[in-house]
Design a protein around this ligand. Structure first.
Ligand SMILES: *Cc1c(COP(=O)(O)O)cnc(C)c1O
Length: 397
């Protein structure tokens, strides 16, 4: 009997329920990487005993110091989350009018511009890097353009040199959403040093997490002073000098950040070994390819991004994701359908400009779970399931 005729085990689903699922508990993308719980509880006790819970406390100062030292950047301004970090950066840079931004990103990148009254101009990305295509950026520059906001997607650096050159030539501000890119490098230099400023997210799902949190890093001391003011209601000593916001990080989050920094190498090692395990299992599955980026750079490898060729695999990306969900593997469709196709940007006319590469990636990519909550054995089981799924789909076709 050929493998084509072999009866297939009944796990192709969507019928699976309860005990028949591949995993009894949901396996999520972005389950937090956690430091040792006892260590953390001790740190929290110290904070409580000190009764200094926020407002530039000792943990926040130490966290900023360690992040800046690790990245080799002059200033780190810890904030309550990356969305606020982006907003105060936009305000501190004095941007107005239009800013060029990729559509292929998490909506927060674009919302931060909209909250500051700026019109996002959606730019297509490069098919191989998934980041801003410099030639497309240059074509979109108009009289209202004041800046370029790049995103280092999956921790893979943007085309920083061409973008810097374009920004210089057109006198535009260049800054980066580095939400995915903590502990990643570009040409041997850590991300956090490029453009006017870079904004990291330390949300629970990110490589390094503080529950909620983020940081803006910059080598511009004047900009850093302004960012510190804007984070704290626009206060300079006890004088209000700017329209600030409350964007402060609290002490508990900073303590989590410090603990995560201590365990950083462990998180990275697990992400890299998980990546290798996924590469092994996906190699033999037709129509699925693991998205890989240059290995000469330091990478946190927090994202397992898979490209689906529906004809070869026998199912569309969406059908595949539905089948995985039925097995409690909560794969994600980042970033579907693209920011230019969601409200309010869609109704404002953003969807009328074709973004060919963005739309192709939005239809083909999905993410699988990794991080310290996922083991090699989990990955092998996911691999076996995907093999059965494609065999069954191709059998049915
Ligand atoms: C997570 C994320 C953000 C938002 O970060 P928060 O800290 O949750 O505000 C922004 N941009 C990108 C690309 C992200 O993935």
């Amino acid at each position: 009997m050929s493998s084509q005729d072999a009866p297939l085990p009944p796990i192709g689903l969507p019928e699976a329920t309860g005990r028949s699922r591949l995993f009894a508990e949901p396996l999520h993308v972005g389950r937090p990487n956690l430091a040792d719980a006892n260590e953390l509880l001790n740190d929290f006790r110290v904070i409580l005993e000190r009764r200094w819970l926020t407002n530039n406390g000792p943990c926040v100062k130490e966290f900023e110091h360690q992040v800046a030292a690790h990245l080799g950047v002059r200033n780190c301004i810890a904030v309550s989350n990356a969305t606020i970090g982006l907003q105060i950066t936009i305000a501190a840079l004095g941007l107005s009018g239009e800013v060029i931004v990729p559509s292929f990103t998490f909506p927060a990148t674009v919302h931060a511009l909209a909250w500051q009254g700026i019109r996002p101009i959606f730019c297509d990305v490069d098919l191989s890097t998934h980041n801003l295509a410099p030639a497309s950026v240059e074509r979109l520059i108009g009289p209202q353009t004041t800046g370029i906001l790049g995103v280092h997607l999956w921790g893979n650096a943007c085309a920083i040199e061409p973008l810097t050159e374009i920004a210089r030539r057109h006198r535009l501000a260049l800054f980066f959403d580095a939400a995915h890119a903590f502990d990643c490098s570009h040409r041997g230099r850590m991300i956090g040093n490029f453009g006017s400023a870079e904004v990291f997210s330390f949300h629970a799902t990110k490589f390094l997490n503080t529950g909620e949190g983020g940081a803006v890093t910059t080598n511009d001391d004047e900009l850093a002073a302004k960012l510190r003011r804007l984070r704290n209601f626009g206060l300079e000593d006890d004088q209000v000098v700017d329209v600030g916001i409350n964007g402060k990080m609290n002490e508990f989050s900073a303590a989590m950040g410090l603990a995560s920094l201590r365990h950083r190498e462990l998180f990275i090692a697990r992400n890299h070994s998980n990546f290798a395990a996924y590469r092994d299992v996906l190699r033999s599955i037709p129509g699925l390819s693991l998205v890989e980026h240059p290995t000469t750079e330091r990478r946190n490898q927090q994202y397992i991004v898979v490209d689906v060729d529906r004809h070869q695999f026998g199912m569309s990306r969406d059908e595949l994701v539905t089948a995985l969900h039925a097995q409690n593997v909560i794969a994600k469709r980042y970033f579907f359908p693209g920011c230019h196709r969601v409200e309010p940007y869609k109704s404002a006319g953003a969807a009328s400009t074709p973004l060919t590469n963005t739309e192709a990636l939005c239809e083909r990519l999905f993410q699988l779970p990794t991080g310290t909550a996922v083991s090699r054995n989990d990955i092998e089981r996911i691999g076996e399931f995907l093999k059965t799924l494609t065999a069954r789909a191709r059998h049915a076709a």
